[in-house]
Design a protein around this ligand. Structure first.
Ligand code: 5GP
Length: 207
């Protein structure tokens, strides 16, 4: 029998307000082959966020110790304020239980992933236009006008990183965007490189 052997990382990036968290939560609900990578961060918990569920919340010293121990697959200072990082040991523990691990990381972190030997696919999500992004951030009602402007300026810079990604999903219609990401994951599962020796697996029972 042919065996699919390879697990892979699914890297999702999007400008703030791009709908990435909603899409990510839907993928986790709909695909039992996907687990979530809980990042480490030095920022304080917001609202109902819980340690070990949304993030592993640590202080700067603990974050630096993790960098020194070599446990970060990638790490970056986001919005010039707080540190965020993905733990290799955490990802590996998840890959044992699940086929894939999905990561929500910024463009700086995503560009560091190229250096890993774990297979990955990089997906960038954007709304159909800057105008729509601005409207969504205003409608969200969680940020001041100054904050919204900062997020839009960051989005302009992040757009330059699109060529480093494998796929671009336009989040115009949310349901369609979710289906697009699911289809990408399914297509990636069928890459020839994801199988270990498919010809031998196919011919095995004949021997
Ligand atoms: P928030 O503070 O709003 O939860 O996240 C802010 C930004 O940090 C988001 O763009 C998110 O993608 C990014 N982020 C979250 N976790 C990580 C991580 O582990 N590494 C990197 N590089 N970025 C992260």
């Amino acid at each position: 029998m042919i065996q699919k052997s390879s697990n892979f990382l699914i890297i999702l990036s999007a400008p703030s307000g791009g709908g990435k968290s909603t899409i990510l939560n839907e993928i986790l609900q709909r695909m039992d082959t996907v687990d979530y990578s809980i990042s480490y961060t030095t920022r304080a918990p917001r609202g109902t966020e819980q340690n070990g569920v949304h993030y592993h919340f640590v202080n700067e010293r603990q974050f630096e110790e993790r960098i020194a121990s070599g446990d970060f697959l990638e790490h970056a200072k986001v919005f010039g304020k707080s540190w965020y990082g993905t733990s290799i040991s955490y990802i590996k523990s998840r890959l044992v239980r699940s086929r894939h691990v999905i990561m929500d990381i910024d463009v700086q972190g995503a560009s560091q992933i190229a250096a890993t030997d774990i297979p990955y696919v990089k997906i960038f999500i954007i709304p159909p236009s800057m105008e729509v992004l601005k409207e969504r951030l205003i409608k969200r009602g969680t940020d001041s006008m100054e904050d919204i402007q900062r997020r839009l300026d960051t989005a302009r810079i992040e757009l330059n990183c699109i060529p480093e990604y494998d796929y671009l999903v336009i989040n115009d219609d949310l349901e369609q965007a979710i289906l697009d990401v699911i289809n990408i994951i399914k297509a990636e599962e069928n890459r020839v490189s994801r199988y270990s020796n498919p010809m031998q697996g196919f011919l095995q029972e004949e021997q």
